[in-house]
Design a protein around this ligand. Structure first.
Ligand code: GTP
Ligand code: MG
Length: 195
């Protein structure tokens, strides 16, 4: 498996600082601790590109990466721990939706869902918003190394069933940042994305 060139561009908690770069962009979103940063590292095969938090929800900014001079990856702040309280929730909402609404080159949203649990209301609310706003997205079931193959396919079927009438979901993809499950498929999907 080959590593990819990747560099951290900037972190931004404000729309005015989002980078202006003409490359297709992919956003990685999902609740705190679901495995967004680990997944980014596993794609490029670099252990420390994106910061993996032992204390979840620390990152309340969007981190932008240039990957292979081909894509921009945006690591979105997770919903959860640091978004308790009205003010924090509002900040999170504003940053996320300003991002989703303003990024002209946003080609795909990778919506991460923990394979071990039923999708949470916050997961489903985001997915509904992507549908209503006609954003193409992909469901990535994270941490599949922690459950049995039968449980992986059951979770995949559950999500496929839930999203049966959705028009913008491209795929439900089982993934593990630990053992590489789903990586080749994900890279295949990314390679089809061009401006
Ligand atoms: P925030 O930045 O807080 O929103 O979290 P995040 O979604 O970026 O999650 P992160 O990648 O930091 O991972 C959270 C925890 O889950 C870490 O302890 C990771 O090691 C663990 N983890 C992430 N992906 C996997 C995986 O595929 N398998 C296993 N076993 N653990 C994982
Ligand atoms: Mg993270």
């Amino acid at each position: 498996m080959q590593t990819m060139n990747a560099e951290f561009l900037l972190g931004s908690a404000d729309k005015s600082q989002f980078p202006e770069i003409n490359m297709p962009e992919i956003a990685f979103s999902g609740r705190s601790n679901v495995g967004k940063s680990s997944l980014l590292n596993s794609i490029v095969l670099r252990r420390n590109l994106a910061h993996i938090s032992s204390a979840p929800g620390k990152t309340q900014q969007i981190n932008f990466y240039n990957v292979e001079n081909r894509w921009i990856f945006a690591d979105m702040p997770g919903f959860g721990y640091a978004t308790t309280g009205k003010e924090n929730k509002e900040k999170w909402r504003k940053l996320n939706f300003e991002y989703f609404e303003s990024r002209k080159n946003l080609k795909l949203i990778a919506a991460l869902v923990d394979s071990r649990h039923d999708p949470m209301d916050t997961d489903m609310a985001l997915i509904e918003w992507y549908e209503e706003n006609q954003k193409d997205y992909l469901i990535i079931l994270t941490k599949c190394d922690k459950i049995k193959p039968g449980a992986i396919s059951a979770r995949q079927k559950q999500l496929e069933h839930l999203l049966a009438n959705c028009n913008h979901c491209k795929e439900v993809l089982p993934y593990s940042s630990l053992n590489g499950l789903g990586r080749n498929q994900l890279i295949g999907i990314l390679k089809k994305i061009i401006l």
